[in-house]
Design a protein. Sequence first.
Length: 294
Amino acid sequence: MENQNNNSGLKSLVIVLSVLFALSLVYIYKLTTDVNSTETKLATTLSEKDQVMKDLKDLKTTYDAAIAENTSMSDELIAEREKVVALMADLKKSNGDVASMEKYKKQYLALESKMKGLVAENETLKKDNTVLKVQRDSTIVVLDESKKTNKELTGQNENLTKTVEKGSKLAIVNLKSAAFIVRSSGKEIATDKASRADILKVSFTIAENSIAKSGDRKYYVQVIDSKNNVMGERQTERFADKTLTYSYIANVKYDNKTVDVVNNIKADKLEKGTFYVNIFDNGQLISNAIFTLK
């Protein structure tokens, strides 16, 4: 009887130990699983932190490139770049937990969206600036072209005044310009002093051409002073892809005979130096002259 009791007690103890062992195995398995899960989450979070940091660095690089172009938006671009730099510093200090990473990702997306808008606006501004450069002051454009053509035409002017070939195009000869003092009586006295000049007189001759078409003709006269400023009316006319700033328009009634054309331009505070006179027909330079005032 006593042996039976001992056997029953032993069996009970074995059963209890077996249950405890099984529970221990379950606990160890759960603990291992939780640790692995935590390590996985931590690794994932750290990976996300690295990715967000990389994205922020790329964002800063984009701003650096846009700022280097030195447009009128540079101040606004610099301000946004500083926000990116501040967020990078904040992210670097963080422990990379899930909640904070969500916050940083949202802030990055907001900064990225802002960057795309500013960069697009900056690109549009650059294109507008390119167009403005192409459409810069017409006086400078025409002046450069005129000076280049002057060198080619200067050697031909003397021959053009002596010989005019017949053709459908009218020839401008004897282009001259000089400064005059105007007395109160109206008398005009020639002067070579820029400071004393009251007017500049521009004269030229349209040569006789028996086969040219008669009728009204319009010539654009451009007088450029020693400071590269167009004198006179300073009106602008567009011809195809070019613009011309002119001093005045000489309207001439042509009937196939020689016509002398004379006009005056008011001289106001002239300075000594070289002056240029250019005659244009529909935007094409057809004659030019140079004179100097002391």
